[in-house]
Write a protein that binds this ligand. Structure first.
Ligand SMILES: NC(=O)c1ccc[n+]([C@@H]2O[C@H](COP(=O)([O-])OP(=O)(O)OC[C@H]3O[C@@H](n4cnc5c(N)ncnc54)[C@H](O)[C@@H]3O)[C@@H](O)[C@H]2O)c1
Length: 378
């Protein structure tokens, strides 16, 4: 088998936010070659962008249907093997379904679909396809988040009893307060984003981080949203009380109007013997609270870290690695899975995480709309 995996990109054009993160991540560990795709809804734009970044234009297609039809005619050893779906949310489901139905591996941006129903259909489709499916909850790829997961699994903080995740951004603030502007952003259009803005876009990352690090599942939640304006259908801010068991409780706080905040994702997990805290904006520091001992700081690349954490570090300690590397770690895990190599199930979020995410998003909206009541997750 040739060394590099042939990767197609859907969305992620030059006008996008997330495209560059995936392109760089796919390149970092020398596992992938971008072979073609559909970068934009407009064919001319896709071609122009492919020329800009020096990707051969003969494998740039008008749409996904054309890509699948043409690629399936190619010999297997030339065909695109995996596609990354980086489009606005409403296209994730139809694109992922078509790819799985035709035997491709898929790397899909979050939220995986726009409804829980679609997510469950996709889960069944994957069972039949038997290919690899990853959901890019990027932050799980950071070495110190992986370390947090492994330390909790080993019992370093004892039995978990309190979880607290916060994801605060402020970028929606100038948009939401302007009546004209708030009708132009796809993230505020339920037809394109799904039923939730704040929880669908960022709260779902916080939710995934809690389940990823603790290995526990949220059983029920109670949510209170702020929509800010009566004509706005999408939540801008939300506070979610969560129960992960009779004596494991916590909170997810998410906001797109936390004025002045940038990408303030943080997570704290407390157990009987101590706590662990991590912040996305300072990702190379994992704090271990160990009452009555002094605070300890764990950093990437040191041999005291777990195998899973060390696998996500490329340079010696003290060479800061960041968001591109976190996404690259996810791409590395997916490459191993595609090649049939051994990998740790903490290396990339899967279909199961995508389905849980949609279950969470819909439950937050149901809880708020029913008058801030407790809602059970499946
Ligand atoms: N993992 C993360 O941390 C993270 C961060 C940001 C965004 N995202 C997710 O990534 C996805 C894209 O977000 P974004 O901020 O990059 O959006 P964006 O609006 O900046 O970019 C979307 C891209 O999709 C292209 N596109 C639109 N319709 C298309 C079609 N029919 N075919 C092909 N391309 C098409 C657009 O031209 C554009 O290049 C969303 O689902 C979002 O939730 C994830």
């Amino acid at each position: 088998m040739p060394k590099k995996i042939r990767l197609g990109i859907l969305g992620g054009g030059g006008d996008s936010l997330i495209g560059v993160l995936h392109r760089v991540a796919s390149f970092i560990n020398d596992n992938y070659v971008i072979t073609g795709g559909v970068f934009n809804a407009e064919y001319d734009e896709s071609i122009k962008f492919a020329q800009e970044i020096d990707i051969p234009t003969n494998r740039i297609y008008n749409d996904l249907d054309a890509l699948v039809e043409a690629e399936l005619k190619l010999p297997k050893e030339e065909r695109i093997q995996v596609c990354s779906i980086l489009t606005p949310n409403f296209l994730h489901f139809p694109m992922a379904k078509k790819l799985l139905d035709n035997g491709f591996h898929v790397i899909c941006e979050k939220p995986m679909t726009t409804t829980y129903e679609e997510a469950k259909i996709l889960r069944d489709t994957l069972k039949k396809a038997g290919t690899v499916f990853a959901v890019t909850h990027t932050y799980t790829g950071y070495p110190m988040v992986r370390q947090m997961r492994e330390m909790i699994k080993e019992g370093v903080i004892g039995k978990v009893h309190k979880v607290d995740a916060q994801y605060y951004q402020g970028w929606m603030n100038p948009i939401i307060h302007d009546k004209e502007k708030r009708s132009t952003v796809w993230r505020l259009d339920p037809k394109k984003a799904g039923i939730s803005s704040c929880m669908g876009d960022i709260g779902v990352h916080a939710f995934n981080m809690i389940e990823f690090t603790t290995g526990l599942q949220v059983e029920s939640l109670l949510c209170d949203f702020n929509y800010l304006y009566d004509d706005n259908q999408m939540d801008m801010d939300g506070t979610v009380l969560i129960r992960m068991g009779k004596h494991v409780k916590g909170v997810i706080r998410a906001s797109q109007v936390a004025t002045g905040e940038e990408n303030g994702l943080s997570i704290a997990i407390y157990g009987q013997k101590g706590g662990l805290k991590w912040e996305q904006e300072n990702p190379n520091y994992l704090y271990r609270l160990n009452d009555p001992e002094p605070l300890q700081v764990y950093k990437p690349g040191h041999q005291y870290n777990s195998k899973l954490s060390l696998d996500g570090t490329k340079l010696p300690p003290g060479h800061p690695e960041g968001i591109f590397d976190a996404m690259a770690n996810i791409y590395l895990g997916v490459a191993r899975a595609i090649r049939g190599e051994e990998y740790n199930d903490g290396e990339f979020p899967t279909m199961a995480d995508g389905v849980r995410g949609l279950n969470f998003i819909e439950s937050t909206v149901a809880s708020h709309k029913q008058g801030n009541v407790w809602v059970g997750l499946d």
